[in-house]
Design a protein around this ligand. Sequence first.
Ligand code: NAP
Length: 246
Amino acid sequence: MSAWILITGGSRGIGAATALRCAEAGWDVAINYAQDSLAADKLAARLHGLGRRALTLQADVADEVQVAAMFEQLDAAGGRLAGLVNNAGIVAPAARLEAMTTERWRRLFDVNVIGTLLCCQQAARRMSTRQGGAGGAIVNLSSRAAEFGSAGIYVDYAATKGAIDTLTKGLGRELISEGIRVNGVRPGIIETDIHAASGMDASSAVSTIPIQRLGRPEEIAEAIVWLLSDAASYTVGTLLDVAGGR
Ligand code: NAP
């Protein structure tokens, strides 16, 4: 029977690198995306090339109805849900507090926090041994920003990731008795398209990173795939920093 890993925001950046590593590790991969169906389709073709099943699922993770429909589409494909990677996330243009709007705050929290909660809830219903499932693993994408707070850039984004850290610790303890391991990864500054949305030049931060370079999406994917795997069987509610020493 095939075992699926569902990766939200799996079509680009860290999510896409994780999808490739999951396929190499032998899982079938469900790729969620918001808008860019071309990127999702291209990635699915690469996963098929690796001999795995791949499904592309359009849904805004902030929308409860769309998230429920996405999980139902995955159910209909057949096979067991073995893992969820809550990777979909957004930033906003760099700004100080006084220039921020409530609309911006609500969208950041809706996508980054409510989206993660909604997907955890749907996944737990399917994976929990208490609800007839076979157990599984959840990996939440946080950020080193949760620790630093991103003053003058996006304190609101950093706060969403602080919420993810707390959620990861709490759900880690809540769900482990039902066979679900929940952990988080906190990347440093990684070379993806996300920085364009903030208007920040990521490479200007290199001097603040002890390893003296940006991270690659594949380096985050390695950590995620390890946390999903049985090799991490005793790792629960943990936040793994992958940040070049930052
Ligand atoms: P990215 O390159 O901007 O890719 C974002 C992905 O999320 C895309 O697949 C996008 O789909 C999808 N997405 C965006 N909004 C969505 C929504 N509402 N519903 C469903 N999917 C949505 O991002 P990334 O840099 O790989 O970041 C991935 C995660 O790592 C995020 O949670 C981010 O906060 C975290 N992180 C990143 C860094 C970094 O330096 N890159 C550092 C720390 C933490 P479409 O293309 O269809 O819009």
